[in-house]
Design a protein around this ligand. Structure first.
Ligand code: G
Ligand code: G
Ligand code: MN
Ligand code: NA
Length: 255
């Protein structure tokens, strides 16, 4: 398998880079954070999508060093932006379900990286997906509890597409729901989607969590989110994921 070998070689080199997509507070239009998204520039094949190589890393042992590098790099960047005078930003980092297999290892790694980089824990938002707790719910709950005790925040990514028992949502210590972008495509044309978004906003707010909508591409979608009291939005309407220096410029321009 060419790609696995290539990915192994790419670790620790400049082929791998994090880009950062702005998270925008709907009520004010302010940039309140970013989501770190990994990019790989393969020496001969050009840009390879994480949708292609993250699953490969997950099937092999590569997700451990790759996941650690991603988290470390994102926290380091957050700290550097603060030193450069950017207002405190939430840094959202995707965690793969495979990283949850070694529960205590994950908690120790996060603690370690926060200590090493000096990023305040409450600026780190860990994104998990709904499927994460399907196997060992008690162990997962314990990890999430420990991460939050450390001060980190937990978001549920792609919310609405997976296995979301309302019972476990109630038990989960969660700070943010990120509504999957499939629910806002053509929102004006699909009353069902609008109803689902409204229901998730109500659910989230009644549980005391923030609600984010992903994949916002049009002004019409944003107007809908404003009207329905969504807290935070993210999407190409504002910006795609940007290299670190361009993200900082974006923040300066929009504050
Ligand atoms: O950024 P883009 O739309 O190309 O990402 C495609 C997929 O790869 C998305 O599902 C996204 O969550 C995932 N992805 C991107 N960056 C990371 C990362 O740093 N870690 C993990 N686990 N997944 C990522
Ligand atoms: O699975 P996750 O939500 O982490 O994936 C984020 C992915 O969504 C990234 O690959 C990012 O490039 C993509 N994305 C971000 N904003 C938009 C958007 O407005 N439209 C579309 N189609 N994709 C987006
Ligand atoms: Mn995400
Ligand atoms: Na998502």
């Amino acid at each position: 398998k060419v790609v696995e070998r290539d990915l192994r070689l790419a670790l620790g080199t400049e082929q791998l880079e994090l880009h950062y997509q702005p998270l925008v507070e709907v009520a004010t239009g302010q940039v309140v954070g970013c989501e770190a998204l990994i990019r790989w520039k393969h020496p001969t094949r050009g840009w390879v999508s994480p949708a292609e190589f993250i699953p490969i890393a997950e099937r092999t042992d590569l997700i451990a060093p790759l996941g650690r590098w991603i988290l470390h790099q994102a926290c380091l960047q957050g700290r550097d932006w603060a030193r450069e005078g950017l207002p405190p930003m939430k840094i959202a980092v995707n965690l793969s379900p495979a990283q949850f297999k070694h529960h205590q290892g994950l908690v120790a790694m996060v603690a370690d990286i926060l200590a090493q980089t000096g990023l305040p824990a409450d600026q780190l938002q860990l994104e998990i997906t709904e499927g994460i707790a399907m196997h060992n719910i008690d162990a997962t709950l314990e990890v999430l509890r420990q991460l939050r005790e450390m001060g980190a925040l937990i978001s549920i990514d792609d919310f609405g597409t997976g296995y979301s028992s309302l019972n476990y949502l109630k038990r989960f210590p969660v700070d943010k729901l990120k509504i999957d972008r499939s629910f806002v495509v053509d929102i004006g044309l699909h009353p069902d989607n609008a109803a689902v978004v409204q229901a998730i906003v109500n659910l989230g707010h009644s549980l005391g969590t923030r609600v984010n909508v992903e994949g916002v591409e049009t002004r019409e979608q944003l107007d809908f989110l404003i009207a329905h009291k969504v807290d935070e939005a993210q999407g190409f309407l504002f910006s795609k994921a940007l290299p670190a220096d361009q993200f900082a410029e974006f923040v300066h321009k929009h504050s």
